[in-house]
Design a protein around this ligand. Structure first.
Ligand code: ADP
Length: 243
């Protein structure tokens, strides 16, 4: 039946609502673990103080996990805040950036992690410039490279390649690690999605990095895609449209 007004696509609305509910559930779930630690240790400390049974080193033993968990919570909140800023799709100030310099700056930032994990990163700047927002571009590369370092297991070689295409510049970040099986490939760009929860958590991840990369790329008017086969490594390709 026809009526005046706006037509709503109910399946779209339900989908958006589910994403919102899942998001709140996931964020609360991630907060719960550090909160439990904070509460548990604080209660123990209170009990011991009341019993007059607490010496200096013991106070430190009980305080350290409290502080660590508080840091963990503030790290998660910062990441969520950053992601929500990127998701509003604000217009970006873009300019032509030297790809070599951008890559060098990101490599300097993650130098510690790279050498800790004994990775060898090969950079090729076939496209000398990219039309992008400098901060956003560095965050994209930093997220992809950090993932390549964290999730490539025993494979040591990682490559960063900037390529000139007819209408765009492509950034390719490739590793030779275990890769991502087909069923997970489209989902890794969702907020809080992790292929191996345990491993990601051990690496300090919340499953927010690739959602962040996706929205940064959409804000550039571009896109990101993944090419991967099980045990054949992962290649993330970002396409930055030319001006
Ligand atoms: P996280 O914070 O967990 O690293 P991301 O959103 O960056 O979250 O990545 C989502 C998941 O995709 C990771 O938990 C990991 O399982 C998988 N992943 C990302 N990059 C790679 C890669 N280069 N190789 C294998 N798996 C990866």
């Amino acid at each position: 039946r026809w009526s005046l007004g706006v037509f709503y696509d109910m399946s779209e609305i339900k989908k958006t609502e589910k994403i919102r509910i899942d998001f709140v559930a996931n964020a609360s779930h991630e907060m719960r673990t550090p909160l439990t630690v904070i509460k548990g240790y604080s209660e123990l400390m209170k009990q011991k103080i009341e019993q007059g049974d607490l010496n200096g080193p013991e106070i430190l033993d009980l305080l350290n996990p409290v502080l660590q968990s508080a840091d963990q919570m503030s790290d998660l909140m910062n990441r969520l805040l950053n992601l929500s800023r990127v998701e509003v799709n604000a217009p970006l100030a873009k300019s032509l950036l030297p790809t070599e310099q951008i890559t060098e700056e990101v490599l300097q930032d993650i130098e510690g992690l790279v050498s800790l994990k004994h990775k060898n990163i090969v950079v090729k700047c076939e496209a000398p410039e990219v039309f992008a927002n400098p901060e956003s571009c560095k965050q994209i590369l930093s997220n992809l490279l950090t993932n390549a370092v964290k999730y490539s297991g025993d494979a040591n070689d990682i490559s960063v390649t900037w390529i000139k295409a007819p209408q765009s510049v492509l950034l390719k970040v490739k590793d030779n690690g275990p890769g991502i099986v087909k069923e997970h490939q489209s989902r890794v760009f969702e907020r809080f999605y992790r292929v191996d929860k345990g491993r990601s958590r051990d690496q300090g991840g919340y499953g927010l990095g690739l959602a962040f990369v996706k929205h940064h790329m959409l804000n550039h008017g571009g896109n990101v895609r993944l090419i991967s086969e099980n045990n054949m490594g992962s290649e993330f390709i970002c396409e930055f449209p030319n001006p």
